[in-house]
Design a protein around this ligand. Structure first.
Ligand SMILES: N[C@@H](CCC(=O)N[C@@H](CS)C(=O)NCC(=O)O)C(=O)O
Length: 215
């Protein structure tokens, strides 16, 4: 079967899909849409998905949008078999995307010169305040858990890894939140995520707010 993943190697949501592909050792062709480096890939991507949000999976010419759905498609085992556990994993997947990654994207957007020359400090502060609400909630939820939804690595961790990676860059997780920081560390040590992070190292200099010298 032909399987292509369109995305950017430094994009959080692309990482989410890559983690699932690497976890399951699913063969695929990566279609990098970074800048002008790979002419043709961006046009092919927009031909499938004019909305322009990545990642995008294309199987035998059929596009599949949305990272959570891509994870489910390429790694069905990352959705627990038991209904209650599946609900917990899906819920945490949505929480990481909507309540961690969305505020992170808001901060990053305020540092993108093609969006604004003057960062909106009030918007940045609102995003930081949102992270200050979700961090302690996650700290409590993660108590006694190896992975986000329990002892199994699930779709929730595919979302947790990139969102917490970048969240800690734009709004560092306080040292008092030991469960959350330790969970982020376990994610960084997971081979599937470590591979995605390593492949993106050449792009770190492009991180709009400036990348810290760690991770
Ligand atoms: N809900 C989407 C979000 C995807 C998303 O926001 N991707 C970012 C890259 S990490 C993007 O496409 N940014 C480009 C843009 O917004 O134009 C998903 O889960 O796939």
């Amino acid at each position: 079967m032909s399987r292509e993943l369109f995305g950017h190697p430094f994009s959080s949501y692309t990482w989410k899909a890559l983690i699932a592909l690497y976890e399951t050792e699913t063969p695929f062709d990566f279609r990098n849409i970074a800048g002008d480096e790979y002419p043709g890939n961006e046009a092919a991507f927009l031909g499938h998905w004019p909305v322009g949000k990545f990642p995008l999976l294309v199987e035998e010419g059929v596009p599949i949008m949305e990272s959570s759905v891509i994870v489910e498609r390429v790694a069905p085992r990352l959705i627990p078999a038991d209904a209650d556990s599946a609900l917990e994993a899906r819920m945490l997947d949505r929480i990481f995307d909507n309540h961690v990654m969305t505020p992170v994207q808001a901060v990053v957007a305020e540092h993108l010169p093609f969006i604004t020359q003057t960062p909106d400090e009030a918007r940045i502060e609102r995003a930081r305040a949102a992270l200050d609400k979700i961090y302690p909630w996650l700290e409590t939820r993660l108590a006694g858990r190896q992975w986000a939804a329990g002892n199994e690595f699930t779709v929730a961790d595919c979302a947790g890894a990139p969102s917490l990676f970048y969240a800690d860059w734009v709004h560092p997780i306080d040292a008092s939140l030991a469960n959350l920081r330790a969970y982020r560390g376990r994610l960084l040590a997971r081979p599937s995520f470590a591979r995605a992070v390593d492949e993106a190292r050449p792009y770190r200099v492009t991180f709009p707010p400036g990348a810290p010298n760690r991770d």
